[in-house]
Design a binder for this molecule. Structure first.
Ligand SMILES: [Zn+2]
Length: 297
């Protein structure tokens, strides 16, 4: 079972970033591949696949309307994200609609899903950081879209894309696992416990704190399993297993609408009929954590 968004087929080729002449040559080359992102959305065709364009797209996305971001090389093929400025939906010259990767990422081949999520992460970061965090003046993309630099020469502050670390954990106790649900989810859906790591906090203690805050359950040993980029808008999910030291649930009703212990049999019966547990979306690490635990015995 492979985690969605973890199979990018490219070398990031960091050594080429900022070499503007070389990058412009790659971007204008016949084999260049572009993944446009507008407003956090990918253009998709009828089959809900992100549309991939050749260098001809650059004529429709002048520098004032789009940022070209170098993603890397897949063997000899250079890949780029094209962050299209917010406003009206752009005319890309082909029929398409704009869709959120979260809705269709799990349906894509792994390498394409991983490229699409990388493009989305970079495009969103560039689009949402138009101003200098020190002086408020406009920034411009530098290092081929991997940094942004203040246009005030005296300031010249440079910022880099960030990922916000979030822990997500399957807590088990014997043959049961602890799952919670948020009020806004579809009825019957439960998921693993998750939350952001706070500044000055290690990730193991972030796991224990989040579980204690949201459910009241005390956690002992925790073990890191896997991670997943989750740029919706900018998270990096760090997946754990944790062992409960207590089972009484004292739920934080601001965070969770419900929280329960589920047996393996209940998890195995998920989505088999009315009233059964609904699992989180197939592309998510929460689903992966639940299914990994379910299939262990
Ligand atoms: Zn500045």
């Amino acid at each position: 079972m492979t985690l969605t968004y973890t199979q990018a087929p490219i070398e990031r080729a960091e050594h080429l970033r900022g070499k503007d002449t070389e990058i412009a040559g790659l971007a204008g080359g016949a084999n260049a591949q572009f993944l446009p992102v507008w407003n956090g959305l990918h253009p998709v065709g009828a089959e809900m696949r992100p549309l991939i364009f050749g260098p001809e797209i650059l004529a429709r996305a002048p520098p004032e309307a789009a940022t070209v971001i170098f993603l890397g090389l897949a063997e000899a093929t250079p890949w780029f994200a094209l962050s299209v400025a917010a406003g009206e939906a752009p005319d890309l010259g082909v029929p398409c609609t704009f869709a959120n990767l979260r809705e269709f990422g799990a349906l894509l081949p792994g390498p394409l899903a991983s490229l699409a999520v990388y493009a989305r992460a970079m495009a969103i970061w560039n689009e949402t950081h138009p101003h200098c965090t020190r002086c408020g003046v406009l920034t411009r993309a530098t290092e081929s879209g991997h940094s942004r630099t203040c246009t005030d020469e005296a300031c010249a502050h440079r910022t880099y894309p960030r990922s916000d670390p979030a822990v997500i954990v399957l807590i088990s106790h014997g043959d049961k696992c602890l799952l919670g649900r948020k009020a806004e989810w579809r009825p019957g859906q439960f998921s693993t416990i998750a939350g952001f790591v706070e500044p000055g906090e290690d990730i193991e203690n972030a796991v224990r704190r989040e579980v204690a805050e949201e459910t009241g359950v005390k956690v002992g040993a925790v073990r890191y399993l896997a991670s997943q980029p989750w740029p919706f808008p900018s998270s990096l999910m760090l997946g754990f297993r944790g062992e409960a030291l207590s089972t009484e649930i004292r739920r934080d009703s601001d965070e969770l609408e419900d929280c329960r212990w589920f047996t393996r049999a209940e998890v195995r019966a998920a989505e088999t009929g009315p009233g059964t547990l609904l699992l989180p979306h197939r592309s998510s690490i929460s689903r992966w954590l639940i299914e990994s635990w379910r299939d262990e015995l």
